[in-house]
Every structure is written in structure tokens, then in C-alpha cells.
Write a protein that binds this ligand. Structure first.
Ligand SMILES: NC(=O)C1=CN([C@@H]2O[C@H](COP(=O)(O)OP(=O)(O)OC[C@H]3O[C@@H](n4cnc5c(N)ncnc54)[C@H](OP(=O)(O)O)[C@@H]3O)[C@@H](O)[C@H]2O)C=CC1
Ligand SMILES: N[C@@H](CC=O)C(=O)O
Length: 411
């Protein structure tokens, strides 16, 4: 049987998971591809670290050595940062290799250039692992929703943040303890600021936007808020109202503009994301023909990410060259709340009571934590006047919230 020669760049959580999965699923790969998949080389930063890699595999710190291999078909990139990964992948494409990447930061910045270059060189690009870990959302949007016009996407896109919020609520762990566990489980980025300050979810949101709408919002206009301001006290107050904090990315088209935000909000049990817990991610796509679809599954970790990459491996070896601009016709306009519409907010840190006639106090649900009603603009102005104020939008219907407040008061 002939062979597909693969190089894996990086041998951390993801790279090692890919290596192990190629060994454990060799029969399935051979049956699907009609060729054996062999790992020819692994690139690392530190060759002295002990690793469980067969002696036949070239283990190197020099990417040029990999490029000079006599036979190389696919380069799988599982490193961190934009550089030198982008230049490695360009060289791999120029050498005629298909490429696969898990690196969302690099792909959000350079995905288009890589896809255009791949098109010129008649090779394919796999990037399923860049968004939502093991959930096949890229293939679903790119291959299975080609005719639907996407109207809006909501996503829980960072497994570490969702894991931390769940641990803090369910096990009453501190933020620091929960983050440490996420790191031990291999969920967090090398620099976890990327997870907890919302950068990782932001990059994933930009990749999804390009895939679903054919374009991205202006990055400077995207509201990006992480989860670091969410205290145990706030989580408990929300829980007493029947609400859970979720870090949610939203993308929608308004007029000719694509808009997006990435921030923590509160959802009730009627929301499709209420039960998305721990390291799980979810993506809810609203399109004109099919309506709403929610995909849910593990959003980070060794094997879920390896699953996305292995499925990409089959896809790039079998598929034709992708279209540049990865993608789709533009999506469809959708009417969402505008900044003047009144909604509900969970607010902490007021130094003077809510401070504006345009804002109504609904209730003080525990000491110093209020439910207020007002427009986004009014709440933003309040937070400008009182910088200690933290505010979180409460999604869902009013009836549900009122019931939650009554139940919380009865506690
Ligand atoms: N962890 C997860 O659940 C997921 C991660 N990703 C993405 O996958 C990528 C890898 O993540 P993960 O495996 O968790 O990261 P790790 O930190 O566990 O591993 C990174 C690996 O890359 C190697 N490396 C780093 N820089 C270089 C370099 N300049 N040249 C050669 N090798 C280098 C390291 O080498 P050494 O071992 O010698 O230090 C290490 O083997 C990231 O882009 C991440 O965002 C995507 C989806 C999920
Ligand atoms: N650090 C990321 C890993 C997967 O993309 C996350 O927690 O989601």
C-alpha cells in the first residue's frame, strides 16, 4: 500500500494527540484513504524533553530539515503564536504539501493568505480544529450549509472559560483553582490570558464570521470582554435567579455591516446554551432555510482536538482545492436589539444608586447586586460615570426573570 507522509509541528497537548490517534486509528485511515498514513517528522522547540515517539520519526527543532524530506504530503501545525507558524505553513504549501492547522490566532490573522496560496499551488487547507475543538462546525458551515443564508451565529467558543465558570458555580472553586485545573487538563492556551480575556474566542469568532458571511467585522469595533470580572458572589446571585453566566460570541449582519461581540452574558434554562457545561462548546446557527441548528461538544483537550485534525487529514487528502476567501456568499440581514432598546442587566459596584432616570431598578437581589432595566447606551453611560460598575446583559424572556426574582427573594 502506498503511503501518505505527514509532519507534525508541535508535540504538546494537540500534537501528541494527533500522533497517538494516527497510530490508534491507522486501520480506519488506511481503509478510508486507500493509503497508509505515516508520521515522517515531528518539530519541537526542545529536543531534550522525554517523548513517546518512534525511533523511525525524524525529531527536529529545524523546520528546514522537514522541508528537505524526500517525501512529504501533509504538514499539521499544532504550535502557538502567529510566527514562525505562518512562514512555516507558507513554505509547506510552496513545497506542494496540504496543510492543517489548530492555531486560531495565526489563522485569524493569515487564513486568507494561506488559502489563496494553497489555491495557487493546488493543495488544500484544513482548519476545523481552529474553532470549537472537536465540534465539526467548519465542515458544517463550509460544506453542509452552502445555500442557506446565515443570519446570526451564537457560540460558546472557549472551553477554558466555560470550564472555569462551571467549576466556580458547581464546585465553588476559586477562579485561580479552576484555571489551574483547566491548564492541567490541557484546555488552556500556553498564555491563558488569551482564554480568560476573550482573545481566543475573538479569533475563533473572526474565523466563523469569514466562513459564514464571507467577511469579518472591523476588529476594532468588536466588543471583547473576558470572564475575569465574574466573581463567585456574582455567580451565586445569578444562580439564585435561575441564571448562568456564559461567555458568548455573537455575529450578525446589520445593513451592510457585519457586527460581532464576545462577552459574558446571563442565560436562563430556556436558552440553548444553559446546559453547555464544563469544557463543552456550542455553536448556534440561524439561517434562512433551515432555521436554528445547535452543535454542541467538547471544545478543547487532546483527543477532541485530534479528532478535528484527523477528520481534516482525510478531507484534505480527498478533497479538491478550496475556494479562496474561504467561502460563502454573504449572509442575510437580521434585526437585533438596537442600543436604545431596554433590556435587563445584572449590575454590581454601584457607588450611587443607578444614577439615571432612564434606568429602572427592578430589584436588589443580594447586597450590592442589582437587576436593572435600561438600554445598552444608558448602562454604558452609567458605567462611564461610575467606573467600578460591572454589568452583564440578561438574555431571555421577562416572565422567566420575574419568576426568578420572586424565587430568589423567597430563599
Ligand atoms: N489545547 C487545546 O485544547 C487546543 C489547542 N489548540 C491550538 O493548538 C496549538 C497547540 O496547542 P497545545 O498543544 O495546547 O500547546 P502546547 O503548549 O501543549 O504545545 C505546543 C507545542 O509546540 C511546540 N512549539 C512551540 N513553539 C515552537 C516553535 N517555535 N518551534 C517548534 N515547536 C514549537 C512546543 O515544543 P516543546 O514541546 O519542545 O516545548 C510544544 O510541543 C495552539 O495554537 C492552540 O491554540 C486548538 C484547539 C484546542
Ligand atoms: N484554549 C482553548 C483551546 C481550544 O481551542 C479553549 O479553551 O477553548
Amino acid at each position: 500500500m502506498s503511503v501518505i507522509n505527514v509532519a507534525i509541528l508541535g508535540f504538546g497537548t494537540v500534537g501528541e494527540g494527533v500522533y497517538r490517534t494516527i497510530q490508534s486509528h491507522s486501520n480506519e485511515l488506511a481503509a478510508e484513504l486507500g493509503k497508509e498514513v505515516e508520521v515522517a517528522a515531528v518539530l519541537v522547540r526542545n529536543k531534550q524533553k522525554p517523548r513517546d515517539i518512534s525511533g523511525n520519526v525524524l525529531l527536529t527543532t529545524d523546520f528546514e530539515e522537514i522541508l528537505q524530506l524526500p517525501k512529504l504530503d501533509v504538514v499539521i501545525e499544532c504550535i502557538v503564536d502567529k510566527d514562525p507558524t505562518f512562514s512555516y505553513l507558507k513554505k509547506a504549501i510552496q513545497r506542494g504539501c496540504h496543510i492543517i492547522t489548530a492555531n486560531k490566532e495565526m489563522f485569524a490573522h493569515h487564513g486568507n493568505e494561506l488559502i489563496e496560496l494553497a489555491e495557487q499551488h493546488q493543495v488544500s487547507v484544513g482548519f476545523e480544529a481552529t474553532v470549537a475543538g472537536g465540534i465539526p462546525v467548519i465542515q458544517t458551515l463550509g460544506q453542509l450549509l452552502k445555500i442557506n443564508r446565515v443570519q446570526r451565529i451564537l457560540g460558546i467558543l472557549n472551553g477554558t472559560s466555560n470550564f472555569i465558570l462551571t467549576e466556580m458555580r458547581d464546585k465553588r472553586q476559586s477562579f485561580a483553582e479552576s484555571l489551574l485545573r483547566a491548564q492541567e487538563n490541557g484546555y488552556a492556551e500556553a498564555d491563558p490570558t488569551n482564554d480568560v480575556e476573550g482573545y481566543d474566542a475573538f479569533y475563533k469568532t473572526m474565523i466563523l464570521s469569514r466562513l459564514a458571511f464571507g467577511e469579518e467585522p472591523d476588529w476594532r469595533d468588536v466588543e471583547r470582554v473576558g470572564i475575569t470580572s465574574i466573581t463567585s458572589e456574582l455567580i451565586e446571585a445569578a444562580q439564585n435567579l435561575g441564571l448562568r453566566f456564559k461567555h458568548i460570541a455573537s455575529i450578525w449582519k446589520s445593513g451592510t455591516r457585519i457586527q460581532a461581540s464576545v462577552k459574558p452574558v446571563l442565560v436562563g434554562s430556556e436558552h440553548p446554551f444553559y446546559h453547555v457545561e464544563g469544557v463543552e462548546n456550542a455553536v448556534n446557527v440561524k439561517s434562512d432555510i433551515v432555521g436554528e441548528i445547535t452543535l454542541q461538544g467538547p471544545g478543547a483537550g487532546m483527543y477532541p482536538t485530534a479528532s478535528a485534525i484527523i477528520e481534516d487529514l482525510v478531507h484534505v487528502c480527498q478533497s479538491h482545492v478550496p475556494k479562496s476567501n474561504y467561502l460563502k456568499t454573504s449572509g442575510e440581514d437580521i434585526e437585533l436589539k438596537n442600543e436604545h432598546q431596554r433590556e435587563y442587566w445584572l449590575v454590581q459596584g454601584l457607588v450611587q444608586k443607578y444614577g439615571s432616570p432612564a434606568i429602572t431598578l427592578v430589584d436588589e437581589i443580594s447586597e450590592g447586586i442589582f437587576v436593572l432595566k435600561g438600554s445598552k447606551k444608558d448602562i454604558e453611560q452609567l458605567a462611564q460615570r461610575q467606573p467600578s460598575v460591572q454589568y452583564f446583559s440578561i438574555l431571555g424572556n421577562e416572565e422567566f426573570l420575574v419568576r426568578g426574582i420572586e424565587e430568589a427573594k423567597a430563599l
